[in-house]
Design a protein around this ligand. Structure first.
Ligand SMILES: O=C(O)C[C@H]1NC(=O)NC1=O
Length: 243
């Protein structure tokens, strides 16, 4: 049996619930999901400033998960905030939902598009594509132009916009798959895949299966080189809890 920690790096507990449910929906029998949020930070992550703040919370939660003996950590925000820092701290695998979704998309299609929230997040997603080496696999990126927390409102307006952009993308972008670019969209992928008859990929569920695969293969974060544990030194003030 596996214990997987799913970290929603923002402090919106409703989104943590959505993310936890999406993870549990695909978890193998015997895999337990612990969905958490940082004790302090930002209610939603919509840019570099938010990501820098959220990264500290991610590190705090990774340390907690490590103490709980989890078998892997998932960073459930499409910016993958703190991913490499978290890998330095962790002994077990750490997977970001953007990298997970992008990897899965390349396994089922030659080109994919991304549907995310704000126009500025589209730019950040482009940085991720470059960083992960998927620039040439992503044919188009779309923003529904609504804030992240619109996905937690009951109106369903954000969900409707995601569906509209997915339909537009499958007709116009010449892609074989669509990646949902927000942890808060995790509950939409399966229904959209069925309705639109194109793989619509959520990074939360993709990351759960990647952690299970890495665990089954006996693979974990390398401590040879730059992902070795952080150099030991005294940490002051608010960072002292990260020791
Ligand atoms: O950047 C985005 O639009 C998505 C990203 N922000 C957030 O609070 N959770 C996320 O997945």
């Amino acid at each position: 049996p596996l214990l997987i920690q799913v970290i929603n790096p923002n402090t919106s507990l409703a989104m943590t619930e959505t993310i936890g449910m999406a993870a549990r929906a695909v978890a193998a029998t015997g895999t337990e999901i612990i969905a958490v949020s940082p004790s302090q930070g930002v209610p939603s992550i919509e840019g570099h400033f938010d990501e820098a703040i959220a990264a500290v919370g991610v590190l705090e939660q990774v340390k907690r998960g490590k103490a709980q003996g989890v078998d892997g950590h998932i960073i459930a925000c499409f910016g993958d905030p703190g991913l490499l820092a978290a890998r330095e701290v962790a002994s077990k695998p750490v997977i970001g939902i953007a990298e997970a979704a992008m990897h899965m998309a390349t396994l089922v299609a030659t080109r994919f598009s991304i549907v995310t929230t704000l126009p500025r997040t589209v730019i950040i997603a482009r940085h991720l594509l470059q960083r992960y080496g998927f620039e040439h696999h992503c044919a188009a990126l779309h923003a529904i132009d609504l804030p992240v927390l619109a996905l937690e409102q009951d109106s369903g307006i954000a969900q409707q916009k995601v569906r509209e952009y997915c339909i537009q993308s499958l007709h116009q972008d010449g892609v074989g798959a669509i990646v949902l670019g927000c942890g808060g969209m995790a509950d939409l992928a399966q229904a959209l895949t069925r309705e639109l008859a194109i793989p619509v990929i959520d990074g939360v569920s993709a990351a759960v299966k990647l952690i299970e695969s890495l665990s089954a293969l006996g693979l974990t974060t390398s401590k040879h080189g730059d992902l070795d544990y952080p150099v030991a030194k005294p940490l002051s003030g608010m960072f002292s809890t990260l020791r």
